[in-house]
Ligand binder design. Structure first.
Ligand SMILES: [Zn+2]
Length: 340
């Protein structure tokens, strides 16, 4: 059985070098704190620590091997999306990051797979970079935020991006960032514990009720952190849509709310055995994919024994969740991809 981690963050070394060489051009800089730790500080004030487990492929692959993971799918951390930047700078950052991840992939064939990023603040450039990462860098997935400068994902201006993703058969991985209600969630890390799943739920609802999934029936979307609150509250959405006139979307939905959900994919970063089992029952074993969120502070990279311990699902379903589903979505074929 091939095991794949679809949710694995990287700060690629070649991109960091580009920042060190030309911070103004890249919209960020490296700073060192009093304890000697390095931080990547974006010009919008967001920052993330530069740790070797985000940067060094050897270290990262060693950690994954210890967790019985064969293949990691590398994506950038959300604070680095650069949707706030002017478009020339954002394009430069995306190209630098995508090229750097592609370099990691080339150096570790069969072990590292790339998930690209695009400058969604301008859809023509986002489409251009999406086409480049697919055709030139051979990537089959792209990470996007749950909003683009406070705009939800059903904004008509974003539609050409999703249309292009469907045409190119690219998996769109939706990851929370810049959470709403930040002021009220500022204590106890609730920005992450509540804000992140809230963001993901808003993004999911926008794609359903805004008609994006209706208009693009072959679009493949995977939601981080098991879809936020969506699997759990799906009944409210179905009941509300069929019984309540208030808030009726303009888009005409020809399928049930559950069908749109079951068309999408969900990672396993939910930290609760009952929740994972419920998720599998709600959306089906074909639509749950193993992820770790490594090496973020909210990551979990020892889930394979947990999922294998489930009595309620078959070994075939476990194999799908741990690797086969991701292998199909990301087109991980050939002898290069094998379990270790
Ligand atoms: Zn993440």
């Amino acid at each position: 059985m091939l095991s794949v981690d679809i949710h694995n963050h990287v700060t690629p070394a070649a991109y960091l070098k580009a920042v060190r060489d030309a911070p103004q051009r890249m919209g960020s800089r490296i700073e060192r704190d009093d304890a000697g730790r390095e931080w990547l500080v974006m010009d919008n004030g967001r920052s993330t620590q530069v740790r070797q487990d985000f940067v060094d492929p050897a270290l990262r692959l060693q950690a994954m091997a210890e967790a019985q993971i064969d293949v990691i799918v590398e994506s950038i951390l959300p604070p680095l999306f650069h949707y706030w930047a002017d478009i020339d700078q954002a394009v430069r950052v995306c190209r630098s990051v995508n090229d750097a991840i592609a370099d990691n992939v080339a150096r570790h064939p069969g072990r590292i797979v790339g998930m690209g990023m695009v400058p969604l603040q301008q859809v023509t450039e986002a489409v251009r970079e999406l086409e480049r990462i697919v055709r030139e860098l051979d990537m089959a997935s792209v990470i996007i935020g749950t909003n683009v400068n406070d705009k939800n994902l059903d904004e008509p201006e974003l539609f050409p991006f999703f249309e292009c993703a469907q045409d190119l058969d690219v998996l769109v991985f939706v990851h929370p960032h810049e959470v709403t209600a930040r002021q009220r969630l500022r204590r106890y890390y609730l920005t992450n514990w509540i804000g992140n799943p809230l963001e993901t739920s808003i993004a999911f609802a926008s794609l359903i009720f805004g008609g994006v999934l209706e208009r693009l029936p072959r679009l493949k979307v995977c939601f981080a952190h098991a879809g936020g609150y969506t699997p759990w509250i799906r009944g409210r959405w179905r009941h509300g849509y069929s019984h309540c006139d208030r808030g009726k979307p303009e888009a005409v939905l020809t399928h049930s709310i559950y069908e749109y959900m079951q068309r999408c994919y969900f990672d396993t970063v939910i930290f609760d055995e009952l929740a994972i089992e419920y998720l599998i029952r709600a959306v089906g074993s074909d639509h749950v994919v193993h992820g770790t969120d490594y090496p973020s502070d909210m990551g979990i990279w020892d889930q394979i024994p947990l999922i294998n311990s489930f009595q309620s699902i078959t070994q075939t379903d476990k194999d799908k969740i741990l690797g086969a589903n991701a292998a199909t979505l990301l087109k991980l074929t050939g002898a290069g991809f094998a379990n270790r």
